[in-house]
Design a protein around this ligand. Structure first.
Ligand code: DCP
Ligand code: MG
Length: 411
């Protein structure tokens, strides 16, 4: 008997917020949002409550949204906070009007990464075929795992959920389906701490009524265009002729959309892939300003470029796309990149192109993080064979900044 394909998508519940609640269990059940602030909440509170265990600090001693002033945005919110309409990407001042009593805690990236590794490691002990999809989500192929077929995958999903909870104290939601596309949608069906099992014959009843945006790959632009064509639900797409969708959205995207609406997706769960990029980033001790701290920033920037170049050379890669990442004091993140004609691992070239990318960003706000990335990688020996070796030093034009934006000249 050949096994029936069963793919799970697992996504942690209110991940950054749940990690904070492990430290502050007294806040369980309360509306809590994550955002703003660069100092760890425990450090701030410890100053006021010296000697008291963190878990005994009274909830009313924590900072709340109504006292927040600034331009920060919410990274995530606990489910009790979501009941007030507060959610990720919302401005904190706006959220304060909806839920003034919500407690505000900053992100602790180190802690979040530690728990990310921990929950993924826990899954790997139970089901080895895992595709990493970011800090708080993975696909897992249940097909060949013993017990992976029981109750359509529900038994294994429950085991994984329990193991993660025992190891970390965190909850997650899991969707199990015939493929990645449907599994991704299904993991949202019963959040938080839920398991949803979808069979091929359920597509019509459970997938077609959903709005088109629920398909991973239909973004705001495609949604707007579909709306103009009076297609709002996934079933509306499924009801169209494939050829009509191709006429309107192009061969590849229109065809993909038709398949997706019918729940067809053959993408494998990819456990290992060649690195797509290499990057180095650093969070500053204190927020730095592009003009006032120019020398310090410039030195850090050069060092990051040298580090990335070193990583590439050590591992035998070269890349074509050079990019930067900035995180501002209000926690917003900006990225810019530029693709050059020839592969490189030269620190000076990386520095020059990354510097040009930096000029495309408005740098009037202070920075808390700077990163440099090289993507579109190839193995150094393959790339050299393809381009005849050597690195081009030709000038690369990069888009100019928008008028009125303050950019950094020295870079
Ligand atoms: N995150 C982020 N920036 C975003 C979106 C999310 O930093 N634009 C972070 C915060 C989240 C984490 O990534 O805690 C995971 O993102 P999810 O979309 O899975 O959101 P949550 O896990 O917080 O909530 P849910 O229970 O809906 O999955
Ligand atoms: Mg999540």
């Amino acid at each position: 008997m050949t096994a029936i394909r069963r793919i799970a998508h697992l996504d942690m519940d209110a991940f950054f917020a749940s990690v904070e609640l492990l430290r502050f269990p007294q806040l369980k059940g309360l509306p809590v949002v994550i955002g703003g602030g660069r100092r760890r909440a425990d450090e701030l509170l410890r100053e006021r409550f010296t000697g008291l265990p963190l878990s005994e600090i009274p909830p009313d001693a924590f900072p709340v949204l109504k006292d927040y002033v600034g331009r920060g945005v919410i990274t995530t919110a606990t489910y009790p906070a979501r009941q007030f309409g507060v959610g990720s990407a919302m401005g904190m001042m706006k959220a304060a009007r909806l839920c003034p009593q919500a407690i505000v805690l900053p992100v602790d990236f180190e802690e979040v990464r530690r728990f990310s590794r921990l929950f993924k490691g826990t899954i790997a002990e139970i089901a080895p075929v895992i595709e990493d999809r970011g800090i708080d989500e993975v696909y897992v192929d249940f097909t060949e795992v013993p017990s992976g077929q029981l109750e359509g995958g529900r038994v294994l999903a429950r085991r994984i959920q329990q193991a993660i909870f025992e190891r970390t104290g965190l909850t997650c939601s899991i969707g199990v389906a015939p493929n990645k596309l449907i599994a991704k949608m299904a993991s949202e069906f019963d959040k938080p701490n839920g398991i949803s099992v979808v069979y091929p014959e359920d597509v019509q009843a459970r997938i077609w009524p959903l709005p088109v945006r629920k398909i991973n790959g239909i973004g705001p632009k495609a949604e707007a265009k579909l709306a103009k064509l009076h297609l709002h639900a996934i079933g509306d797409i499924a009801a169209q002729e494939r050829g009509w969708l191709i006429d309107n959205f192009g061969q590849a995207y229109g065809g993909w959309m038709h398949d997706a609406a019918w729940g067809r997706d053959e993408r494998p769960v990819v456990t290992y892939s060649e690195p797509v990029s290499m990057s180095r980033e650093t969070t500053f001790e204190r927020d730095l300003h592009a003009v006032r701290d120019r020398a310090e920033l410039g030195a850090i920037f050069t060092h990051l470029c040298e580090q990335v170049a070193g990583d590439l050379r050590r591992k035998g890669y070269v890349g074509k796309t050079i990019g930067i990442k900035l995180r501002f004091e209000d926690f917003r993140t900006a990225t810019r990149d530029h693709t050059i004609p020839d592969f490189t691992s030269d620190p000076a070239m990386i520095r020059r192109i990354a510097g040009q990318c930096l000029k495309r960003v408005d740098l009037s706000r202070r920075l808390r993080l700077l990163g440099v990335r090289v993507g579109k990688l190839a193995k150094a020996e393959t790339a050299q064979a393809a381009t005849g070796g050597g690195e081009s030093a030709s000038a690369h034009r990069v888009a100019e900044p928008a008028p009125g934006e303050r950019t950094l000249d020295l870079f």
